[in-house]
Design a protein around this ligand. Structure first.
Ligand code: NDP
Length: 453
């Protein structure tokens, strides 16, 4: 074992939360090291949010080409070709650029980057290869990893990790799951011309989202040609060269060129040695922490996907800032998990913030529901058969807007602004007194006057 180095803080995992914590802490004067075994930037930058959004842009180009004719552009659609390896290569170059930026951000803040796999030998010691590092504080920020259900043939099922580096696009694909990643990848694949089937075990995908949003998204995705099958799951997969036979629990068999599981993500704690030190894991495998990211071991904290809070980059970033302030700032700061805005980049996009109608009713609110469904202006000339939905959930007693939900182009962009209003406790009357920006889709959110329920 080579020389021991001492730090105030060692962060294990250079993803969104870990990097933010490390940088903020170093800027506060702490001596900080980050240990990373794979890639700087974590899931978000390398195999998540960023490359996914680039693929979503790529998949949407076909719609743009089709829509061009209505605006007078003659695009020979029969003659259009798509080069998947080119998209992947360009995406890879962009991710490498971002990896470099993350490295420089850390170095410029004075953070020591240690490449390798970490394990903890005691409450203040991290070992990477032959070197041990000691620190007053250790933070576990190792994130999460895709889970594939235990079915025969699971070894030939891909996850989002591999999808980002797929050498060739198949003609047909099966996506298994009904959450964020499943609907996003189904949209990407279908947009790129792959005959895509999504299999979901429940009655309707996107569990936890507002019911109207789920039903509307189903309708729009079906219109885009995605074969949605609900109430069905995979029993086994057999592979023969690049061909897969998928056995379903309803007795049917699907033949396809790719099977991707998007069936959730587990906390990534393998090999860290946490439980030996007294750190507790929950039944779902997440690191158990209190409201201040403290594990059962005083020197060990944890944040991000690994602690089981919403698996979203902005959540991890905010946690990193709170924890840094608590460890090396004035010792204050709390996380606020209310009204987290989020977008699902399926096609069309979903944007959502605040309570769903179901959650609000469950919480005992008497509600007014405002809903608007329309064809976006852009599609009037192009003739595209795609509609948008906007919905406000309003507490009838206080007039407070409890939730805003949308399916349609730029839903994420629109929802971000609404999130400020909802966080600030805006009432429906304040929405009504806000003038619209005309002509936009977003103005519907301030012009819905008659409740539908
Ligand atoms: P989710 O938890 O969102 O969805 C998992 C899906 O898989 C659910 O539909 C679930 O069904 C289904 N499922 C789980 N286990 C099984 C099983 N054994 N057999 C069949 N189906 C199963 O996970 P994802 O993997 O889609 O995404 C992980 C997280 O990453 C998300 O929750 C989100 O926080 C984050 N993310 C965010 C994005 C964004 O902000 N745009 C994009 C991508 C990911 P059921 O509903 O019945 O439980």
């Amino acid at each position: 074992m080579s020389d021991q180095q001492d730090f105030d803080l060692i962060v294990i995992g250079a993803g969104s939360g870990g990097v933010r914590l490390a940088r903020m802490s170093a800027q506060r004067g702490a001596r900080v090291a980050v240990v990373e075994s794979r890639y700087l930037g974590g899931t978000c930058v390398n195999v998540g949010c960023v490359p996914k959004k680039l693929f979503v842009y790529g998949a949407h180009v076909h719609d743009e080409l089709e829509d061009a004719a209505g605006y007078g552009w003659q695009v020979p659609l029969d003659d259009v070709s798509f080069d998947w390896p080119k998209l992947v290569a360009n995406k890879n170059a962009e991710i490498e650029r971002l990896n470099g930026i993350y490295g420089r951000l850390l170095e410029n803040a004075g953070v020591t980057i240690v490449e390798g796999t970490a394990s903890l030998t005691d409450a203040n010691t991290v070992v990477v290869g032959d070197t041990s590092y000691r620190a007053k504080h250790i933070t576990i920020a190792t994130g999460s990893w895709p889970v594939i259900p235990d079915v025969p043939g699971k070894e030939c099922i891909l996850t989002s990790n591999e999808m980002f580096y797929l050498p060739q696009l198949p003609k047909q694909a099966v996506v298994w799951g009904g959450g964020y990643i499943a609907v996003e990848f189904a949209g990407i694949l279908a947009g790129l011309g792959v005959d895509t089937t999504l299999l979901y075990r429940g009655d309707l995908f996107l569990r936890g989202f507002d019911g109207d949003i789920r039903r509307f998204t189903e309708q729009e995705m079906r219109k885009k040609g995605v074969n949605l099958q609900f109430g069905v799951t995979i029993e086994s997969v057999e592979a023969e060269n690049a061909h897969y036979r998928v056995q379903l629990n309803n007795g049917e068999t699907l033949e396809t060129g790719l099977v991707m599981a998007a069936t959730g993500r587990r906390a990534l704690v393998d090999g860290l040695g946490l439980t030996d030190l007294g750190v507790q894991l929950s039944a779902s495998g997440h690191v158990v922490v209190d409201d201040h990211f403290q594990t059962a071991v005083p020197s060990i904290t944890a944040l991000g996907d690994v602690i089981g809070t919403p698996q979203l980059t902005p959540v991890a970033l905010a946690q990193g800032m709170v924890l840094s302030r608590r460890l090396f700032g004035d010792g204050k700061g709390e996380m606020d998990y209310s009204a987290i805005p989020t977008a699902v980049f399926c096609q069309p996009n979903i944007g959502t913030v605040g309570l769903t109608e179901e959650e609000a009713r469950e919480a005992g609110h008497r509600l007014r529901i405002y809903r608007s469904e329309f064809r976006p202006m852009k599609y009037t000339l192009s003739g595209r058969d795609e509609r948008s939905l906007m919905k406000l959930v309003v507490d009838d007693e206080t007039d407070r807007v409890l939730g805003a939900h949308m399916v349609g182009p730029d839903a994420g962009e629109i929802t971000q602004g609404l999130a400020v209003a909802i966080k600030a406790g805006a009432t429906k009357a304040q929405f009504d007194s806000t003038l619209g920006i005309h002509p936009t889709s977003a103005e519907e959110f301030v012009t819905m006057r008659e409740p539908v329920a």
